[in-house]
Design a protein around this ligand. Sequence first.
Ligand code: ZN
Length: 212
Amino acid sequence: MFTIQSFCFNPFQENTYLLYNENKEAIIIDPGMYNAYEQKEFSDFISSNQLTPQFLLNTHCHIDHVLGNKYCMEKYNLPLQIHKDDLPTLQNANVAATIYSIPYDKSPEPSIFLTENDSITLGLDILSILYTPGHSSGSISFYCEDQNFIISGDVLFEQSIGRTDLPGGDFQTLINSIKTQLMPFPDITQVHSGHGNVTSIGNERQFNPYLT
Ligand SMILES: [Zn+2]
């Protein structure tokens, strides 16, 4: 069974997720730590809980979600896994870092590409990959059926949705992704977003102004 630990990192207040199981194996999703203080907060949590990260995944590659890619790849000796359609986003992240004047240790390139037919298996637990473009070209979400939760990246937020004005973004594509890939799940499904609070599919079905 997954335990979900979140960290709020960097000036964009991005949610970094660490999923771990009873065997102390872990999955890192969207590492956003960008300075020594945040790197230490993250690595201290891992060492004090004696965790061994096994996977490093990006929901998408906007700068706030990849600031800690290089740190985690080197510290935990992990390959990076993303959807191939977000490779251009990753390759342009340094441009965004310059625009926002934020220090960025350039992320190495991924060595594994994920598609919607893949899943990530950690011990007995499975994360299915959902292809949810629209916020960026290659945005993906991770769904755990057994525990009814989604890691949605910047696709769906509490009473909001991701912005679509950045390169690769498209409003109608995003709405379509949410309606076809996320909203069919049961109301109790918890949604862990890339920014802000945890919400649920039921809450968003009822209150999200973009989905009514
Ligand atoms: Zn984003």
